[in-house]
Design a protein around this ligand. Structure first.
Ligand SMILES: C[S@@+](CC[C@H](N)C(=O)[O-])C[C@H]1O[C@@H](n2cnc3c(N)ncnc32)[C@H](O)[C@@H]1O
Length: 403
């Protein structure tokens, strides 16, 4: 079969330097300028794309997060400005739904809000900027870029919906005879066909120490990997969490994604093949190497590692719930009422809401997505944000039972 342009580039890199980690393969497959899966102009999310996310399905999640943002803002003393910092913001579906909710509710937060949208795809980013620019002036927050040189204190909310699962991960394979008990599953070239193929190798010296530490932290807390068992470890996700204090001084950080605790993710009885998948046209496949740049690559988020990294970065952990729990406890009953029977309600809108709710609340689907909430700020900020007797909107649902 003829090689695509990205496959050719990756093969050249392997020919020049030897097998590469899956994390490196994924970085190029997703983000290679102009031709990577998330770098090209082609629309990936939504019905006509490869996957559906909650904000693409319905504005309800945006309304719930707007409530959480507003209450966070109030509890830390209504700072001006208050920043909405969104990672992987796409073309802004979640942000625009949140802004629309704040406008409808005539929220005073709207006047204090500024937006920092972090989006790798220049086309989606331009769409987001155009949509914000088209908002009426009273409902149009300032778009800002991060100033890393001289910045004042930043109060706000960090939002990362289905972002962490798209960050590059390493794949390791349990090998009891190997000195570390595992080898890395790297990407090489088949000697006869020249096709991309899996090869097992010791991890590269550049990241060997961090990867070994992550695998060992997992095996110390849970179980060693079985012979031949595959497991993903995202050093990029750890590194992302470590950067959060450089974005936010006071407020909350909200992560929503499909994920499990470390032990459940790598349970040999159910997860011998790991969780990595490639997505195309709403279909998943475990063939990760074909058509780089043409498919989404993703794996479940390790929630245990996320909390460990957040604590190491100085963040406080205040809630673990699910997307269904967040929506149920976010206090958006008024929003539901409005969509069902408010003055602007339509039959189409009510039916769309019903269909969307079935997906958004489905415990085996998006409703079961993990929601992790962290705090940043002074001890009094943190107390105000994590009062168990008065939880933030969306966090009052029972703590998730993880399997
Ligand atoms: C699965 S989509 C989710 C989009 C949006 N958050 C939503 O829920 O609809 C992942 C998004 O993250 C962006 N992305 C992936 N890697 C990124 C990176 N390293 N930095 C910034 N954005 C990234 C992609 O371009 C894409 O828009």
């Amino acid at each position: 079969m003829e090689r695509g342009p990205l496959e050719t580039l990756i093969a050249e890199e392997i020919r020049a330097h030897g097998p590469i980690s899956f994390a490196r393969f994924m970085e190029r497959a997703l983000l290679e300028p102009a031709i990577g899966y998330y770098a090209s102009q082609q629309v990936r999310a939504g019905r006509s794309g490869d996957f559906m996310t909650a904000p693409e399905l319905h504005p309800l999640l945006g309304a719930a997060i707007a409530r959480l943002a507003e209450e966070t803002w109030r509890r830390i003393g209504c700072p001006q400005p208050f920043r909405w910092i969104e990672f992987g913001a796409g073309s802004g579906a979640l942000l625009l739904a949140a802004l629309a909710h704040l406008e409808r509710e005539d929220s005073p937060l709207l006047a204090a809000l500024e937006i920092e949208a972090i989006e790798a795809n220049p086309f989606r980013r331009a769409e987001l900027e155009a949509s914000v620019a088209a908002l009426p002036q009273h409902a149009r927050p300032r778009l800002v870029q991060r100033d890393t040189t001289a910045r004042g204190e930043i109060a706000g909310i960090v939002v990362a919906n289905e972002f962490l699962d798209a960050l590059p991960f390493h794949i390791v394979v349990g090998r009891t005879a190997a000195p570390r008990g595992f080898l890395e599953r790297c990407v090489g070239l088949d000697a006869s066909s020249g096709e991309l193929t899996w090869v097992e190798a010791e991890p590269d010296a550049a990241y060997e120490h961090s990867l070994t530490a992550r695998v060992q932290a997992h095996t110390a807390a849970a179980a060693t990997l079985a012979e031949g068992q595959l497991a993903e470890f995202s050093l990029a996700a750890d590194a992302w969490v470590a950067t959060l204090p450089s974005y936010l001084d006071r407020g909350v950080a909200l992560v929503i994604d499909y994920g499990r605790e470390s032990g459940a993710l790598r349970d040999a009885a159910t997860r011998m093949a790991g969780t990595a998948l490639a997505y195309s046209e709403h279909r998943a496949t475990s063939d990760l190497l074909s058509d780089p740049g043409g498919r989404d690559l993703t794996a479940h988020v390790d929630l245990t590692a996320l909390r460990v990294a957040a604590t190491a970065a100085g963040l406080g952990h205040i809630a673990s719930t699910t997307q269904a729990g967040l929506l149920a406890a976010a206090g958006i009953d008024g929003e539901l009422q409005r969509l069902r029977s408010g003055p602007d309600a339509t039959l189409e809108g009510a039916l769309a809401l019903r269909t969307a709710l079935a997906s958004l609340m489905d415990p085996r689907g998006m409703g079961g997505f993990a929601v992790e909430l962290f705090t940043a700020g002074s001890p009094s900020d943190r107390m105000a944000l994590s009062n168990p007797a008065d939880p933030l909107p969306g966090t009052a649902a029972p703590i998730r039972r993880l399997v």
